[in-house]
Design a protein around this ligand. Structure first.
Ligand code: UTP
Length: 267
């Protein structure tokens, strides 16, 4: 079954990047000359996605601006004969169909996905978090889609043992061709209690049943609903799969990760 829609939740507060994120969303920080969010949209489009559904916060309208036509700028570049720049700017608003839904309060990534239920309209969809960029000739979303059989898929990568307490870690079944069944998921375990070295990163394929699962999922201590809790809920009625992603991943949601991404893309 073809996946046509991608949901990009970008309504978080970006606290790991304060004070830079006080006004400017971290998704608009540049990797070389393009904002992080454009890399994600290009990843989705190169993987065959036709509609990108952004979940934005009311104070993150700048993201919408980046994907809207700017006639004044385009006319100015044209008038000045800056064709090369015009060719960089113009195609952005035609990359895909863009839809915007709002999350008015940052109540978790799962709560953000719930706001997209109507726009998703009963189809399976890809979720790309606003900060995980993977550099590889096969887009990461495509790598997930290559294994899609109607059930959920999580992107995972090998995590150094001491960092397992920063990730959701999975207990995998047998792995073949980078695919395995997810037998269990443990949120941020102590390194000695992690069931494997496979940690979940911010790319997923969700079946439409994820919305019911998210509605049943328990709220965390902080009142947040997490997407991972939706998968935990779904696990009792459907299999969950994991694909070990190929490529170099950058968490651009913190200064070190964004700097590393800039160095890698400049090379
Ligand atoms: P992150 O935890 O990486 O982003 O959420 P954050 O909350 O913005 O950043 P920190 O941790 O405070 O530094 C993963 C993705 O989910 C989105 C974020 O925008 C990011 O793309 N998100 C998170 C929401 O859309 N809403 C939320 O309530 C929380």
């Amino acid at each position: 079954m073809k996946i046509r829609k991608a949901v990009l939740p970008v309504a978080g507060k970006g606290t790991r990047f304060l004070p830079a994120t006080k006004v400017v969303p971290k998704e608009l920080f540049p990797i070389v000359d393009k904002p992080v969010i454009q890399y994600l949209v290009e990843e989705a489009v190169l993987s065959g996605i036709e509609e990108v559904i952004f979940v934005i916060a009311p104070d993150k309208e700048l993201i919408r601006g980046h994907f809207s036509p700017d006639n004044e700028l385009e006319q100015l570049l044209d008038k000045k004969g800056k064709q090369a720049l015009l060719e960089k700017v113009k195609p952005i608003h035609d990359l895909a169909k863009f839809t915007y839904v709002y999350q008015n309060e940052p109540l978790g990534d799962g709560h953000a996905i719930l706001q997209a239920e109507e726009a998703v309209n009963g189809e399976p969809f890809v979720v790309l978090f606003g900060d995980d960029i993977v550099k590889h000739n096969v887009p990461a979303a495509q790598q997930l889609m290559n294994h899609f059989n109607g059930e959920s898929i999580l992107a995972v990568e090998r995590i150094p043992k001491e960092k397992s307490s920063l990730y959701g870690m999975i207990q995998p079944g047998d792995q073949a061709d980078r695919l395995c069944e997810v037998l269990d998921m443990i949120e941020k375990p102590d390194p000695d209690e992690s069931p494997s070295d496979l940690g979940i990163i911010g790319k997923y394929i969700c079946p439409p049943e994820i919305f019911q699962a998210l509605k049943k999922a328990p709220q965390g201590k902080d009142g947040e609903i997490r997407l991972i809790d939706g998968f935990n809920e779904l696990k009792s009625s459907q299999k969950i799969w994991a694909v070990e992603i190929e490529g170099e991943r950058f968490d651009t949601g913190n200064p070190e990760g964004l700097t590393a991404a800039n160095n890698a893309y400049l090379r």
